[in-house]
Design a protein around this ligand. Structure first.
Ligand SMILES: [Mg+2]
Length: 359
């Protein structure tokens, strides 16, 4: 049975655990941890992301155990290869123990039939190091520390991860394909958790179509629209879609999603639309190009408004300067390049007039 203390720490960049029943193999199933093998349970703050407590996770879906057992029976060595940059150099710190505790509990949840090994790259994201994905260092470490130096047959190996470069794989406003790149760097096949384990979480079958429509719209926004906020919109839609798919009650009215964290005003309007029409009109709008045309029209109109406002401001300025509507009209007609000379002439004339008045 896994225990927190069975992890071997290699300061400053690596932590590994070798399951007592694990045997060297030429076939390897390697997996990412967060949002691939496990997902975080929703906490009181509604954050989605890495666990911050060793109990704060659930398996990606109920099929995980069965799928891993299947691979183990076919002779695959099983190993989690995960970037855990939050540990940084504090290998014995709280975060390190939480992450190791999560891994230990994942092992317990999978049971003794699944001899799951772990390799964690602990360098911070800004100090990539040789072990952090997409660098292939964790693979080499696995071969040496866990597989007794037996070189796997790469054609028989697979890496499963959620950072696959899909429009929905967004971290810090950027599409993340670190897991896919890692598999390419090692030279093995790559699959997403959906391909290996199926739909994440439990959720009600009846809500899947609505959740999928949200996901499709998120992808279309990220892929086909040009708005500055497209990644925020895509992320909001993806979070809402995920929540809808995971709900344990069937959504029959907007009230059913009331109070669900991650489903805001925009998403509620879309839920209402889906319940009424069975689809989301925005999907068709984006696919037909109408959405982009409307966006461009809006942008052009905004630009016109801004330029009108600027013109009004300019006129006011000239009006103040020349103290007469007539002069202002004349000045607005003068090309901007000549206006400075006109101002100089005007001031000289004023000074002259004031001078004459006193002489
Ligand atoms: Mg992940």
């Amino acid at each position: 049975m896994l225990d927190d203390d069975n992890f071997v720490v290699h300061p400053k960049e690596l932590i590994h655990f070798r399951h007592p029943s694990s045997k060297p193999s030429k076939k390897v199933l390697a997996l990412d941890l967060d949002n691939t093998l496990i997902r975080r349970r929703e906490d009181s703050s509604g954050k989605a992301g890495l666990p911050d407590d060793k109990e704060d996770f659930e398996l990606y879906n109920p099929r995980v155990k069965e799928v891993l057992k299947d691979y183990a029976e076919k002779g695959y060595a099983l190993v989690v290869m995960s970037n855990q940059g939050g540990i940084k150099t504090a290998m014995g710190g709280i975060t390190s123990f939480v992450v190791r505790g999560v891994c230990a509990n994942v092992g317990k949840a999978l049971g003794d039939d699944v001899a799951l090994n772990f390799i964690l790259a602990t360098a911070a994201p800004d100090k990539a190091g040789k072990y952090r994905k997409p660098q292939p260092g964790m693979w080499r470490a696995f071969v040496e520390l866990i597989n007794d130096g037996v070189e796997p047959d790469l054609a028989d190996c697979l890496y499963v991860g959620d950072a696959a470069g899909r429009p929905q794989d967004i971290i810090a406003s950027k599409i993340n394909d670190g897991d896919k790149q890692f598999a390419e760097a090692v030279g093995i096949a790559f699959k997403t958790p959906e391909e290996v384990f199926g739909v994440p979480g439990k959720g009600k079958e009846e809500n899947q179509a609505m959740g999928n429509a949200f996901m499709e719209l998120a992808n279309l926004h990220a892929e086909k629209t040009e708005s500055d906020k497209k990644f925020f919109k895509a992320k909001a839609l993806r979070v809402a879609g995920g929540k809808i798919k995971m709900l344990e009650k069937v959504v029959r009215s907007v009230e059913d999603v009331d109070g669900v964290k991650g489903i805001g005003k925009m998403s509620k309007e879309l839920v209402a639309e889906f319940l009424e029409t069975g689809g989301l009109a925005e999907i068709e709008k984006i696919n037909s190009g109408e959405y982009e045309r409307e966006r461009k029209e809006r942008a052009e109109n905004d630009e016109k408004e801004i330029s009108k406002a600027a013109q009004v401001r300019c006129r006011c300025w000239w009006r103040v300067l020349f103290l007469s509507e007539g002069c202002c009209r004349v000045c607005v007609c003068v090309p901007p390049s000549r206006r400075r000379s006109l101002v100089v002439v005007f001031f000289l004339r004023c000074i002259l007039q004031v001078g004459q008045a006193f002489l």
